[in-house]
Design a binder for this molecule. Structure first.
Ligand code: MN
Ligand code: MN
Length: 291
């Protein structure tokens, strides 16, 4: 739900600069639709739609299966979505034409398109070991994006979501960011100076991390990140998944919940529950209760 809210909030100001946003909306704190996609108020974009497609596939098959995920993404592309990233389109056309579910290794594909849809992997694999989580993350990511920095950034976000749901402290999530920066210095961020983050994974996550680290509630984190402009629906979506996992459902402002497209809200809630029930953490807890 946090992801969908961030997507819906950020889409209004996607590809605008902070100065343009301030001039037009002041502080952009309401879900109002519009933007370059001329969205209806409360609608979401590809970030949420691809996450839901991935989640549906995981629930159908019971695990992250590359072929099933690629099919689900391809079905989504056939529905003529209102927006779709270039690398996503190229990867899905490659799948359609050749059947391959793994894009060739290419550092130029280090976009945020695999990260923005990674949430269902995190939820369905709560309690799984790190290696299994990373493998599943790469299976879904490599259908369209196969670049080491994109893998590392996506895995970091997935781990942060899992840590947050498990009740970890903020410093634990910050330590996970530090680990990423040690391995990939391009993710290093200067406090508060990031504006117009583009689709490159490092730019996107610098904005998300900076907003998450420097705010203290779901609402301020999301407003802070989308007000940086650039790829704002996607920074909003990723900040929304981390912030939602960390601050919890009850931290989401009611006016945002009421404004979000009702069908999308229901889908997110149902899917989250079904994904949790697939997770090793849930199965383990149930076994213990039955014993
Ligand atoms: Mn989008
Ligand atoms: Mn975007």
């Amino acid at each position: 739900v946090g992801l969908a809210i961030g997507d819906a909030l950020g889409a209004t100001v996607e590809f605008m600069t902070p100065r343009e946003i301030a001039g037009r909306y002041g502080a952009h704190r309401d879900i109002i639709g519009g933007g370059w996609l001329r969205l209806e108020k409360g609608s979401v974009t590809d970030d949420t739609e691809m996450s839901l497609a991935l989640g549906d596939s995981i629930i159908d098959v019971g695990q992250v299966d590359a072929l099933a995920v690629a099919d689900a993404f391809d079905q989504w592309m056939r529905s003529k979505p209102r927006d779709i990233g270039n690398t996503v389109r190229r990867g899905l056309m490659r799948f359609r034409n050749t059947g391959t579910t793994e894009a060739p290794l290419n550092d130029m594909d280090a976009g945020n398109g695999a990260c923005m849809r990674s949430l269902p992997v995190a939820i369905s694999l709560l309690g799984a070991d790190r290696q299994a989580v990373n493998e599943a993350s790469r299976l879904q990511a490599h259908i369209t994006h196969n670049a080491p920095a994109a893998d590392a950034g996506t895995e970091c976000v997935v781990h942060m979501v899992q840590l947050a749901i498990s009740g970890a402290a903020k410093v634990d999530l910050e330590n996970r960011i530090d680990d990423l920066i040690s391995a990939f210095p391009e993710f290093r961020f200067e406090n508060r100076t990031i504006s117009n983050p583009g689709g490159y994974i490092a730019e996107t996550l610098q904005a998300v991390f900076s907003s998450f680290v420097n705010t203290s509630c779901f609402e301020s984190c999301l407003i802070d990140v989308v007000t940086r402009g650039g790829d704002a629906d996607t920074t909003g979506a990723i900040a929304g998944m981390i912030g939602g996992a960390f601050y919890g459902f009850d931290s989401i402002p009611e006016v945002w919940l009421h404004t979000l497209d009702g069908a999308v809200l229901q889908e997110c809630l149902q899917q989250a529950e079904a994904l949790v029930e697939l997770s090793p953490m849930y199965k383990h807890q149930n076994q213990r209760q039955h014993r």
